[in-house]
Design a protein around this ligand. Structure first.
Ligand SMILES: [Zn+2]
Ligand SMILES: [Zn+2]
Length: 310
């Protein structure tokens, strides 16, 4: 027998989060520097792709926030697996500035794999809307992570009859429509907004960010002596989050991308000291598995953190 190395920690199982808010679920995994992939299954959208865990394959649309590996690594695998399994080509929204290198990367994979994996890249810029259907669009907005980074909001679009026409009969309305009269107006309801990686800035003044029913925001650092790390990596620190919280009208706020240095339990305790009990009721940690009834199988996973880009 050779000398055996004892295993101190098992990396065999990865646990995924699943939070439910009314008709929508937030499914995913997000740890700073390691992996971020967050899915809204009912809306067919995944924010970032992480290492492309199996559940991510079921989303037709992927919204990439920025080019750090922990958010992007699995893109080639996602597209290839979907082709392999006979699913329709994935659509990938991404910052315009990284469209070319990502396209080159994916072409490389096609050559390496010798499989003509199809895909659609949609270059996005702040303010641009990708219309998925007449009643559903995805709007990009700028975030502050150094270089190019975007957040996305999933917007439900409803058309309603203008109040001045409420008394009209069906045939009358049909005639007016034929005559080219605008009888309806649009209502946009931001359902979910995702910030990707960002530090504090005017992203928190975006109406979609302030009003989304569900806001998914990073808060990477919580400890006082991590302020310097938050500044260097252009991430949010608890101090920033506490500062912007009064602006946020969201029914639910999901915190993602917490550093493993702090851990969820400690982060929750530090947060609870700074915000009201009322606010605590609407703030959730994506990776809080305590009391979760419907998460994936798990164990704490991953090597110790290093001082690299997250
Ligand atoms: Zn990150
Ligand atoms: Zn990043």
């Amino acid at each position: 027998m050779p000398e055996l190395t004892p295993i101190e920690k098992s990396f065999l199982v990865q646990k995924f989060a699943k939070l439910r808010f009314g008709p929508l679920h937030v499914v995913g995994y997000s740890v700073a520097g390691e992996e971020t992939v967050i899915q809204i299954p009912e809306l067919n959208v995944c924010f970032d792709i992480g290492r492309a865990p199996y559940f991510s394959l079921t989303s037709d649309i992927i919204c990439i926030s920025h080019s750090h590996m922990d958010h992007l690594a699995g893109l080639g695998y996602y597209l290839s697996q979907r082709a392999f399994q006979g699913m329709k080509p994935g659509t990938v929204l991404l910052p315009r500035e990284i469209e070319r290198p990502v396209d080159q990367l994916l072409r490389c994979w096609r050559d390496v794999e010798r499989q003509g994996t199809p895909y659609t890249l949609v270059p996005m810029t702040p303010g641009k809307v990708h219309e998925v259907r007449r009643d559903f669009g995805i709007r990009a907005f700028a975030t502050h992570h150094g270089g190019t980074s975007l957040g996305y909001s999933l917007v439900s679009v409803r058309e309603k009859l203008k109040p001045e026409y409420l008394g009209k009969t069906g045939p009358e309305l049909a005639r007016m429509k034929r005559e080219g009269i605008e009888i309806q107006y649009r209502i946009e309801v931001p359902l979910v907004a995702f910030l990707g990686d960002t530090t504090i800035g005017n992203v928190f003044d975006q109406p979609d960010v302030q009003n989304a029913q569900i806001l998914i925001t990073e808060v990477t650092f919580f400890d006082t002596d991590h302020r310097i790390k938050a500044k260097a990596g252009k991430h949010l620190h608890l101090d920033h989050f506490v500062e912007v919280l009064p602006k946020l009208k969201n029914e639910q706020i999901v915190i993602s991308h917490v550093t493993r240095r702090t851990g969820i339990k400690r982060a929750q305790r530090l947060l609870a000291k700074r915000v009201s009990d009322e606010d605590m009721k609407r703030i959730h940690f994506l990776m809080d598995f305590e009391g979760a009834r419907d998460e994936g199988e798990v164990e704490d996973a991953g090597p110790p953190p290093v001082d690299t880009k997250e």
